[in-house]
Design a protein around this ligand. Structure first.
Ligand code: NAD
Ligand code: IPM
Ligand code: MN
Length: 368
């Protein structure tokens, strides 16, 4: 018999909802990660100020620059250090100078794995019809949550290369699917639906072609769905899901899928929201220190130019405060972001004229 887990809410950290101060670790990272993180912190400090809270922020230098200077991606006690905070915020990691991307694997994927942040919560919510590239679609059509499994799948780097660099090279990359991993993310998706008064959960896999690992997804999904008779459980193969997201996004309320497919469909979802600059995420383990980051990467071509859209990072900071139990603060940030979008006080990627800093300033000023 399946045992229900405690993943029934998005209260992500050990922090008490009534606590007046919070300790947040910040890894701004690389490229535009640094710029959007500065704006997210500006807004967090402002929200804390307005509502009489205090935040203690420790900025950690882990990044491509840090690796090039020290030879270290993340210090030996790095993950233990992160666990001492109420939440972790990451900007973005990725730099053309680090061609094997090992610092991003250690810092970003390492944090997800080592802190066991098994829920990657990526809301896909359109704030204004003007931002959506889908013909005739508005905010009522684009409002769903993607739950991406975040600790296994094809991301675990199990495998190897044989005769690398030769014409006989063999490269094996295994996909890990465990009952524990599949069960806890699917249960989280159903529990989220129930708690939020939602009635539809869609699971996407590729069980027609991947008959081992994805048979496990099928079995667990059917089992959990049978325990939630009030929720309509549907299944699409991942290729069909991508098509239906574009054709009829309004049919979705909650989508649950594996690590790689969740990565891909949330970039697609971000385009419905106005682009990668708009999308927010939380990497959660209910009851433990969780991590928050925009969905986008370090966009090296945009770095240092004050043009990156800070909204994805700012909205991720709002998710972080909500998860810490600071509901009013999170809601105030969301309202200020919505105002900025409606008033077109935004960056050029979504049709405004502001720079990264000016867009952050506007949102900060609107928090009251
Ligand atoms: P990317 O998300 O960095 O950028 C892709 C494109 O999306 C950009 O060229 C830009 O047009 C747009 N974009 C992204 N963020 C934006 C913003 N805030 N404002 C406006 N437009 C924005 O993806 P990429 O180019 O594939 O990857 C660049 C680097 O980032 C790589 O090293 C990659 O591995 C890394 N990456 C890191 C993360 C992360 O840290 N979570 C996520 C994705 C990619
Ligand atoms: C994301 C990113 C990462 C991922 C990369 C940088 C490893 O694309 O957070 O969406 O694939 O998870
Ligand atoms: Mn991605």
């Amino acid at each position: 018999m399946l045992t229900p887990n405690s993943a029934s809410s998005n209260s992500a950290t050990p922090h008490s909802a009534t606590s007046n101060s919070a300790k947040i670790a910040v890894i701004a990272g690389d490229g535009i990660g640094k710029e959007v993180t500065a704006e997210a912190l500006k807004v967090v400090r402002r929200a804390a100020n307005v509502f009489g809270r205090s935040v203690e922020i420790e900025e950690l230098p882990w990044s491509a620059d840090y690796l090039l200077e020290t030879g270290i991606t993340i210090p030996a006690n790095g993950y233990d250090h992160l666990r001492t905070f109420d939440a972790v915020f990451i900007g973005a990691l990725g730099d053309p100078r680090i061609s094997d991307n090992r610092h991003a694997r250690d810092i970003l994927l390492g944090t997800r794995f080592e802190l066991d942040l098994y829920v990657n919560y990526r809301p896909v919510k359109l704030l204004d019809e003007r931002l959506c590239p889908l013909k005739g679609r508005g905010p009522k059509d684009v409002n769903f949550a993607v739950f991406r499994e975040n600790t296994e799948g094809l991301y675990v780097s199990i495998g190897g290369r044989f005769k690398a660099g030769t014409d006989d090279e063999v490269a094996i990359q295994e996909e890990l699917n465990t009952f524990k991993g599949v069960n806890r993310i699917i249960r989280h998706a159903f529990a989220f639906a129930q708690e939020h008064g939602l009635t539809k959960v869609c699971m996407a896999d590729k069980s027609n072609a991947m008959q081992q690992g994805h048979a496990l997804w099928q079995r667990v999904f059917k089992q959990v769905a049978s325990e939630y008779p009030a929720v309509q459980a549907t299944h699409y193969y991942i290729d069909a899901l991508a098509m239906y997201m574009v054709l009829d996004p309004g049919q979705f309320e909650v989508i649950v899928t594996n690590n790689l497919f969740g990565d891909i469909v949330t970039d697609l979802g971000a385009t419905f929201q106005g682009g990668l600059g708009m999308a927010a995420s939380g990497n959660l383990h209910p009851g433990k220190t969780s991590m928050f980051e925009p969905v986008h990467g370090s966009a090296p071509k945009f770095a240092g130019k004050n043009i990156a859209n800070p909204i994805g990072a700012i909205a991720s900071a709002a998710l972080m405060l909500e998860a810490m139990g600071w509901k009013q603060e999170g809601a105030a940030i969301d309202a200020a972001v919505l105002k900025a979008v409606r008033e077109n006080q935004v960056t050029t990627d979504i049709g405004g004229t502001l720079g990264t800093r000016e867009a952050g300033d506007y949102i900060g000023r609107e928090i009251r």
